[in-house]
Ligand binder design. Sequence first.
Ligand code: SAM
Length: 284
Amino acid sequence: MLAYRHAFHAGNHADVLKHLVLAQVLRYMNEKDKPYTLIDTHAGAGGYSLQGRYAHKKDEFETGIKPLWSEASGLPAPLADYVQLVRDFNDGGKLTQYPGSPGIAQRILRETDRLRLYELHPTDCRILESFLGTRAHTQVSMSDGFAAIARELPPPSRRGVLLIDPSYELKTDYAQVVHAVRDALQRFAQCVILVWYPQLQLVEAAQLPKRLTAAAAAAPKGWLNASLSVAQAGPNGFGMTGSGMFVINPPFTLHDALAESLPVLVNKLGQHDGARFSIEQQAA
Ligand code: SAM
């Protein structure tokens, strides 16, 4: 049984980066009328309470969504759009809930767009099913999201986004992510692939962006790698110092959207003087 529950981490700085990028990619996909499919291989519960004991165990959202939430105006447009999505999830009231990736998707996808959600944890999958199971063109499956890629790609309309967001609770996740990217590109080279990764003092984590760069060589539109390093490791070197989003076949608008947003995130979410961001891009 998997021990990881995303409810402990909902709305932290890593979620902010991930969901900002996801929202930008989906907005871009919406610019064409033709429907697309979003495949979320590690979907979580879909949305989380920020008032329960899970979120309060470490209060990670206090250094994630919270400093942005209190920002009334003046955010760059992509960040303002993301914060508004979170506001809408809270019905415009107080910050008491945080949308997971399916919750962000639900607010952006059109009725005709397909949603494929995979989640292995039985409790989170049940919550996800009750949240989105009745949405049109949606399937929620309590099965392995990595294995689903072979079934889902290519999507029927030949427009697709693949979000790969494991917890990396298992060290094998690192190798599986690289394998999944290669497999996905072989099946559907045009797929927009988003991989979230943690910044940790762990060799597998440090090597992952390089391995993804090699795997993305087959992508017709190249890749973009954005990272946000805002926290400090604990005294023993443990703990996540930041995270990254590796986007394959990125929308051409993504670089500029992140270039204006990430300095603001460093400023608002940085927990030490060395907080920083980076954006690397490789055109095909
Ligand atoms: N994508 C979610 C979001 O942004 O709100 C967060 C996902 S969380 C980081 C990772 C999730 O993957 C956990 O809920 C975990 O139970 C689930 N999981 C772990 N291994 C899985 C697998 N092989 N297939 C599907 N889900 C898996």
